[in-house]
Design a protein around this ligand. Structure first.
Ligand code: BES
Ligand code: MN
Ligand code: ZN
Length: 528
């Protein structure tokens, strides 16, 4: 069996961002660095902050804008050298298009932050200063409407500063050449509330580091990251952050617990399934939040084999699990005073002589009998046992994240994850956290009628619910393993978890790390 070697382990940690983001506290004239970033609205109007750069620079920029060198569309850019005697200690101006002034929202600033990272990377700029954050336009009278410009810019910049290059040897790295990494970004602020801003930046950094961990895990191929390797990653996480306690159930323990859902799905692979439990208990006698993540390290479909085209994407079928890892890391790094339990059922879904077959009936950990009519509907089987186990921690809420159904991706595309559950206030809180974090969710109904679709003729329920409403019937299946009185939410991330053609700068191609920002915000708003 392949294992992640020690050398690779070390490397995995290094995939995380190296970019430092801080606050510039002095006047522009004393700033040193390779580039000064100045925002330009659509139509060629420079941000008022340009006035801070002195007359010479201002005139030069206005002249170029008047000449139409750049329009100011979101993400558009223009590099200008600063003229001798400009009064600035920086030799390049990076004019950055901000799009329409009225259309700017928090996500635009994340996107802009992402563009800055990308531009600096391409232009080999190791350190830059930002004037963007000074503009009074973004300061609404009402505190609630105010765009958190600095945080959003930093978040976008950090999210974009991610590359998965572990398997690129020096030669192929050279082709995509860039040996000067983007190392530092300093943001000019209006100087108010510096201490608060610093604290917020530290939070954003830890959250984006959680996203990077989630991406790192999810981008790993199936031959490297099998269930046992994922368990090893959990053990290493608790080595690194001692507040996290990891427990791993191997097949013996799974059998003892009656977790046939996990065992049946994982039974077709030489890499046997695991249940990974990561406990972070720094909340004293506060309530417990349980987060469950689907950890199918590769989903071939099993005996109900998937078509070959695009099957490689199914290494991403553990993105839910990856988000749980990322969230735990963030919680521990920020020392949140909460009780968080992360539960990851991990299995590889392969066809073989020991694999389960369509028509099999299995007895789940909660005693329900399930008729497995399609071995490709495996996520719900492993999650069922994990959700049942989650209840044993008597949590105030259980939230599961899973790349569960293609149907959800069809319904919502890649801009929102599917949200289902049994507790309206929990779902409302998640919707709000989604809007605020940019890691959005959209609710699907769970009317009782849908439950009819998973009735089985031979067992209690079956694992497929017919052609229509596939995301919902999968959610309904899960609901049968959660007590009605237990607050629970299910988030289907099949459409949002990864994007191999991403054009958003803060989402490099591959795993998106969804769920980490959503649940971090949810915890910040309701559990701290
Ligand atoms: N992991 C897949 C769902 C998926 C599809 C995730 C596309 C990401 C992108 C899941 O295990 C699956 O195969 N679901 C089936 C369920 C069906 C057999 C009821 C599906 O969606 O087709
Ligand atoms: Mn499947
Ligand atoms: Zn799957």
């Amino acid at each position: 069996m392949y294992r992640i070697s020690d050398r690779k382990r070390e490397k995995m940690d290094k995939n995380s961002q190296t970019l430092k983001i801080g606050l510039a506290t002095t006047a522009v004239q004393s700033w040193k660095g390779e580039a000064l970033v100045i925002g330009v609205y659509e139509g060629g109007e420079a941000q008022p902050a340009l006035a801070h750069c002195g007359k010479k620079v201002e005139q030069e920029v206005r002249k170029r804008l008047d000449e139409g060198w750049m329009r100011g569309g979101l993400g558009e850019s223009l590099l200008l050298p600063t003229q001798p005697g400009s009064g600035l200690a920086i030799d390049r101006l990076l004019l950055l298009g901000m799009g329409k002034k009225e259309a700017l929202n928090t996500e635009s600033f994340r996107t802009l932050g992402g563009h800055i990272t990308q531009l600096c990377h391409k232009a080999r700029i190791a350190s830059c200063h930002l004037l963007l954050t000074l503009d009074p336009h973004h300061k609404a009278k009402n505190r609630r409407q105010q765009i958190p410009v600095l945080e959003a810019l930093a978040e976008g910049a950090w999210l974009a500063d991610y590359r998965f290059e572990q398997y690129k040897s020096k030669e192929s790295k050279k082709e995509e050449a860039n040996n000067t990494p983007f190392k530092q970004m300093l943001c000019g602020t209006a100087g108010e509330r510096q201490a608060q801003e610093k604290k917020r930046l530290a939070e954003v950094e830890a959250i984006t580091r959680g996203v990077a961990l989630a991406r790192d895990l999810a981008n790993q191929p199936g031959n490297i990251l099998n269930p046992e390797a994922l368990a090893l990653q959990a053990r290493q996480l608790s080595e690194r952050l001692s507040a996290i306690k990891t427990t791993v159930y191997s097949e013996k323990m799974l059998a003892r617990k009656g977790m046939q859902g996990i065992l049946a799905v994982g039974g077709g692979s030489q890499s046997l399934p695991r249940l990974i439990i990561m406990e972070y208990r720094k909340g004293g006698d506060r309530p417990v939040l349980a987060v469950v993540g689907k950890g199918i390290t590769f989903d071939s479909g099993g005996i109900s084999l998937k078509p070959g085209e695009g099957m490689g994407d199914m290494k991403f079928d553990m993105c839910g699990a990856a988000a749980v890892f990322g969230l735990l890391q963030t919680a521990a790094e920020l020392e949140w005073p909460i009780n968080l339990v992360g539960i990851v059922p991990a299995a590889e879904n392969l066809p073989s002589g020991t694999a389960q077959r369509p028509g099999d009936v299995i007895r789940m950990a909660n005693g329900l009998f399930v008729e497995v009519l399609n071995t490709d509907a495996e996520g719900r089987l492993i999650l069922a046992d994990a959700l049942h186990h989650a209840a044993s921690y008597k949590p105030a809420a259980i939230i599961d994240l899973a790349t569960l159904t293609g149907a959800c991706a069809v319904a919502l595309g890649s801009h929102a994850s599917g949200l289902m559950g049994n507790d309206n206030s929990l779902l409302r809180q998640l919707e709000k956290a989604g809007d605020a974090s940019g890691d959005r969710v959209w609710r699907l109904p769970m009317f009782s009628e849908y439950q009819e679709q998973i009735k089985s003729t031979v067992a209690d329920i079956k694992n497929i619910g017919g052609r229509v409403g596939g995301a919902i019937t999968a959610g309904c299946f899960l609901s049968r393993f959660v007590d009605e009185k237990q607050a629970w939410a299910h988030i289907d991330i099949a459409g949002t978890a990864y994007d191999l053609n991403s054009s958003r700068p803060h989402f490099p191609k591959g795993a998106a790390g969804v769920g980490v920002r959503l649940l971090s915000r949810f915890i910040q708003s309701h559990w701290l």
